[in-house]
Design a protein around this ligand. Structure first.
Ligand code: N01
Length: 888
């Protein structure tokens, strides 16, 4: 309980909490249990938050209520039973009232009170809050539990004030019953609120006119009792169910689909889709169809097309059906909706849809709404026009002034900047629950709210125990978090739509994906890691000058690279070199069998070609476009010891599709059976044969290009030097991906990345030892950096930040450039040695491979802007931007 009086008449509290919704109530409960005095400030006259304000007809949750409940007290879970799969707003509000009573929370909340200003005082190291009623509040910590969708967007339509009829906002619905019987009603907007309310308003109104700017994807809720399988799953082991939700991607215990769309037949895809449609569950439709549905435009289009069919199947008037069909954004990139009879409502004779894309609203008049081509007179207008989401409740409601008097609105002038979505540099002791930069609205809010409340409360306890009184994010940590968020947003498709997730719905708002798209489980892991690493990225201060600042960035790896490396670390594998050569080969075969199969290309042909000492296998990948195609001779990775012509299959397929060029992957012989210079000589012999038999392979005669990854990059570099020195063949260009270029092991990347990034320093030592005796190591056929570099073909050299081979790749690129070779470098930030080979696993590698494909096309004299297939999630935006996501 907060003290009633203190210095200057302010009410004193350890913590002030704005908002008495799900977040605020749980926080007040936890703070009290932890022995802090706390005061809740709530503008509504009772608890409920979003469920207090959003009382419009049809308002329900759209995450199953079994998942949309508090989980922090097992007794509470037993004490409440939801009546439906998706509870109504009144039932959810009753639940929150029940919780407030059960834990006696109302006594700490000042209702009907808004904060008019919050100011940090550096002298007292406290926040001072002025409020609309009651005494000001002085608190050590200030927590915004004010919700993500709680600041309704003002109606920015001209003439709004002239309307003489009834006006309603879905987000501020009156507490009294609203009766539309016999009335002409307009609804503006077709987001979740509109889609829930339109069918019910249509049942009452004499006529309903819906003004739609952008159609949205909506699925039937199939509401009713909670599904038996769900109830059974929950009841079988409640703690396990909850724990699984906490570590999932979306906060619901559903492991994501693992099959890729191209591995399924049309019939199999339809079957999955219909099953998801029948489930009536957004999370099922968003995550359970195929692995590429949320990360790849093509995989997503397959779902979106099936959803679009459903609209046509219900809505009888074809023009109305077309207008209701979303075509401008991938499914899931804008918040999809759950409906009950939404599309069928448009078959009613008393409902009209006005397509604002065809006839925009010009103004609101005294009697109705005027578009470009008609005036619709109405008795009531319902604004279902949404919210100034995520930042609105923090910047637009009251000024929050931090260190030096700077307001948070100023700090976020160009978009929200946070550390972990929880704190803001320059605003000590300020926390946000589910703020921008945290998973919040892209997750089951219950899971995210509880995680934030627990994290904050645990930190406050730890600060108290350690004698610290302030906590503040550092600029470095915050900038790193922004970068990490931007990296995450390159994986999903949210950035491809204009939505409230990106700020696009509010005129003038800075744009960018605001919620964290990396998933609630990974996010939880990161928040825990911040603590484990000594409050990394926070400055803590206390009495007598006590200070602790462990500065740094919590995530420097690309998000998907981090997941891959964490997974590998959790497997606790012995070092690869400990298996011996054959054992390591067997391991690689098994490892490769578990990776996503590469995507289809026009044709794959296996064959042999004559090598220096007998036949060598090759695998030819032909694009689906008519040939002949320019040829790329490809050399696989594996440290001259492992791999074969098929072991980089997904990468070859990917580059074949992106370039529209034919790839011939060569099976050169390996050490220790065949030591240096066998691999180099085999590779050169294969190059000569392929160049000489281009037409036979369906290739375009003329210069070929070479490409390779890792030791294959070494082969590609070496064969270019051999071809130059031995009279051909002519090479159009070389793509070297993380190549071995030199036998020196003391460059910084060998030291910095010696362990922890899969390719280790000791594994490289082992490869070198098996392939090449020390006396041979300076030979340019294995250390091309030691060779003559003038006169080599144009090159693209790709290096990864967290790769022992990074610096020798950069050195090779620089040395070639110094000798006049045209060189393009791609320095992939946050990536590791295998990033670009792990196609469809390391999604953030897409931008880099787009850039590589452009280089290969340029080498071959093909137009680089042409995209042969629309296979990656970068297809809808400029390729340069895609590449920038992966590279510095
Ligand atoms: O708001 P919205 P909402 N002229 O922003 C249109 C959650 N929620 O309140 O798309 C004409 O989605 C706007 O058009 P456009 C849920 O997360 C949950 O419906 O910008 N039209 C859009 O159609 C949801 O996503 C539940 O082109 C204008 C609509 O108004 C979030 O809250 C229920 C306009 C606004 O849709 C917000 O949903 C309800 C203008 N000037 C809400 N301005 C549950 O079931 C805006 N529009 C849990």
């Amino acid at each position: 309980m907060a003290n009633a009086a203190g210095a200057g008449g302010a009410q004193q509290a350890d913590v002030a909490v704005v908002g008495a919704g799900f977040a605020g109530l749980y926080l007040l409960h936890r703070l009290r249990k932890a022995g802090f005095s706390a005061i809740g400030l709530e503008s509504g006259n009772d608890v409920g938050g979003t469920w207090y304000w959003n009382r419009y007809p049809g308002a329900r949750c759209d995450i199953q209520t079994s998942d949309y409940s508090y989980t922090w007290d097992p007794e509470l879970e037993k004490a409440w039973t939801w009546s439906e799969k998706y509870a109504t707003q009144p039932e959810i509000l009753r639940y929150l009232g029940f919780v407030a009573d059960r834990y006696d929370l109302r006594r700490d909340i000042r209702f009907g009170t808004t904060v008019s200003a919050a100011t940090w005082d550096d002298g007292t190291q406290r926040w001072l809050l002025t409020t609309s009623s009651g005494a000001p509040v002085s608190c050590r910590y200030y927590v915004m539990a004010s919700g993500c969708l709680s600041a309704p967007k003002p109606p920015e339509i001209e003439g709004f004030k002239d309307f003489k009829g009834e006006v309603y906002f879905t987000g501020r619905w009156p507490h009294e019953k609203v009766d539309f019987t016999g009335k002409r009603v307009a609804v503006i907007g077709t987001g979740s609120s509109a889609i829930q309310s339109i069918p019910l308003i249509a049942q009452q109104a004499a006529h309903l006119t819906v003004f739609q700017r952008t159609p949205n994807f909506a699925l039937p809720a199939h509401n009713g009792p909670s599904p038996a399988d769900r109830v059974e799953m929950l009841q079988k082991d409640i703690p396990a169910f909850r724990e699984q939700a906490r570590w999932s991607m979306a906060g619901v215990p559903l492991p994501p689909a693992t099959d890729f769309s191209w591995q399924l037949s049309d019939a199999e895809r339809r079957e999955r889709f219909e099953k998801a449609w029948a489930a009536g569950d957004l999370v099922v439709m968003l995550t359970q169809l195929w692995a590429d549905q949320a990360v790849d435009v093509d995989g997503n289009t397959l779902v979106a097309d099936l959803l679009r069919e459903k609209v046509r199947a219900v809505v009888k008037d074809p023009e109305t059906a077309e207008a209701l069909t979303p075509r401008d954004h991938p499914f899931g990139s804008k918040r999809p909706c759950l409906d009950t009879g939404y599309y069928a409502t448009y078959n009613r004779p008393n409902v009209t849809l006005v397509n604002l894309r065809r006839e925009p609203i010009k103004s609101i008049t005294a009697s109705g709404i005027k578009t470009d081509s008609r005036t619709v007179d109405v008795d009531a207008i319902v604004f279902a026009t949404g919210f100034d989401a995520m930042t609105g409740a923090i910047t637009a409601v009251h000024p929050i002034s931090g260190r030096g008097g700077k307001s948070i609105a100023e700090a976020w002038e160009h978009g929200p900047q946070t550390y972990l979505g929880l704190t803001v540099a320059g605003f000590p002791n300020l926390f946000m629950i589910t703020g921008p930069g945290s998973p919040s609205v892209l997750s089951n809010m219950m899971v995210s709210i509880e995680q934030h409340v627990d994290w904050i409360t645990d930190r406050l306890v730890a600060l108290r125990e350690a004698g610290f009184t302030t906590i503040e994010a550092t600029d470095t940590a915050q900038a790193g978090w922004q970068r990490h968020n931007a990296d995450c947003s390159m994986i999903t498709l949210h950035r491809l739509a204009n939505t409230w997730y990106t700020g696009a719905n509010v005129p003038g708002k800075p744009q960018g994906v605001m919620p964290y798209t990396g998933g609630v489980g990974p996010y939880r892991g990161i928040c825990n890691e911040v603590v484990e690493r000594g409050m990394l990225g926070f400055r803590l201060t206390g009495a007598n000058g006590a200070e602790q600042c462990n500065d740094g960035e919590i995530v420097r790896l690309q998000p998907d690279v981090r997941l891959v490396l964490n997974l590998l670390a959790s497997m606790n594998l012995p070092p690869l070199e400990s298996f011996g050569a054959q054992g390591a080969r067997d391991f690689l075969t098994q490892f490769n069998a578990t990776r996503p199969a590469g995507r289809p290309v026009g044709e794959v042909v296996d064959g042999t070609l004559p090598g220096t000492d007998g036949p060598l296998p090759y695998r030819l990948y032909r694009p689906s476009t008519p040939g002949p195609h320019p040829i790329v001779v490809y050399f696989h990775g594996g440290g001259w010891v492992l791999g074969d012509e098929q072991s980089d299959d997904p990468l070859c397929r990917d580059l074949c599709r992106r370039t529209g060029m034919a790839f011939v992957s060569v099976g050169y012989r390996h050490a220790p059976e065949h030591r240096f210079p066998t691999a180099a000589e085999d590779s050169y012999a294969a190059l000569c044969w392929i160049a000489g038999h281009a037409a036979e392979l369906g290739g375009r005669p003329g210069p070929v290009s070479v490409a390779g990854w890792s030791a294959g990059g070494n082969m590609a570099a070496v064969t270019c030097q051999m071809a130059r020195d031995r009279g051909g063949p002519q090479i159009a260009g070389q793509l070297l991906i993380c190549p071995v270029t030199d036998c020196t092991f003391d460059r910084p990347s060998y030291v910095d990345n010696a362990t922890g990034y899969f390719l280790t320093r000791s594994l490289m030592y082992w490869f070198w030892d098996l392939y090449c005796s020390p006396a041979d190591r300076t030979d340019p056929r294995v250390s091309p950096l030691r060779g003559k570099l003038a006169g080599l073909p144009p090159a693209m050299v790709v290096t990864c930040e967290f790769d022992p081979l990074r610096d020798e790749g950069v050195a090779y690129a620089e040395a070639m450039a110094a000798e006049g070779v045209p060189v393009e470098q791609l320095k992939a930030r946050g990536h590791f040695h295998s990033s670009f080979a792990m196609v469809d696993v390391v999604i953030t590698g897409v931008g880099g491979r787009v850039q590589m494909a452009r280089a290969l096309r340029r080498f071959a004299g093909l137009p680089v802007e042409e995209t042969p297939t629309r296979q990656d999630n970068t297809a809808q935006r400029p390729i340069q931007a895609a590449a920038a996501g992966a590279a510095d």
